[in-house]
Design a protein. Structure first.
Length: 113
């Protein structure tokens, strides 16, 4: 929730819109990495997100859950929380040495590091 609040404050948007946008960003990243999906199905009710994973993602989450002792939903929450934090720094920062300028990818005025 902190990531949503911070992201919404930076963009002067209401909490509900921020929650929906952040949920979509994070879920889409997770789905795309696992299944190649370009769309996600989910609903947001307050601070609760209900996601309808693809079969590929469901299998991936079941495998990770079996290996960790967590429920598949807990595993998904960990991944979503990670990606929700990734999108905070201007939504354009890349990894160190990456192609995007900014805090993670080099100085915005100079070449990427």
């Amino acid at each position: 929730m902190a990531a949503v609040d911070e992201w919404g404050d930076e963009r002067m948007t209401d909490a509900e819109s921020a929650m929906e946008t952040k949920a979509e960003q994070a879920l889409l990243e997770v789905e795309h990495l696992v299944s190649g999906a370009d769309e996600v199905e989910f609903e947001v009710e307050g601070t609760t997100v209900r996601h309808h994973p693809t079969d590929d993602l469901r299998e991936f989450l079941d495998d990770q859950a079996a290996g960790t002792g967590l429920d598949p939903e807990q595993v998904l929450k960990l991944h979503v929380d990670l990606y929700a934090r990734v999108f905070l720094d201007g939504d354009t920062a890349g990894p160190p040495g990456g192609p995007m300028g900014g805090p993670a990818g080099g100085p915005p005025d100079g070449p990427p590091t």
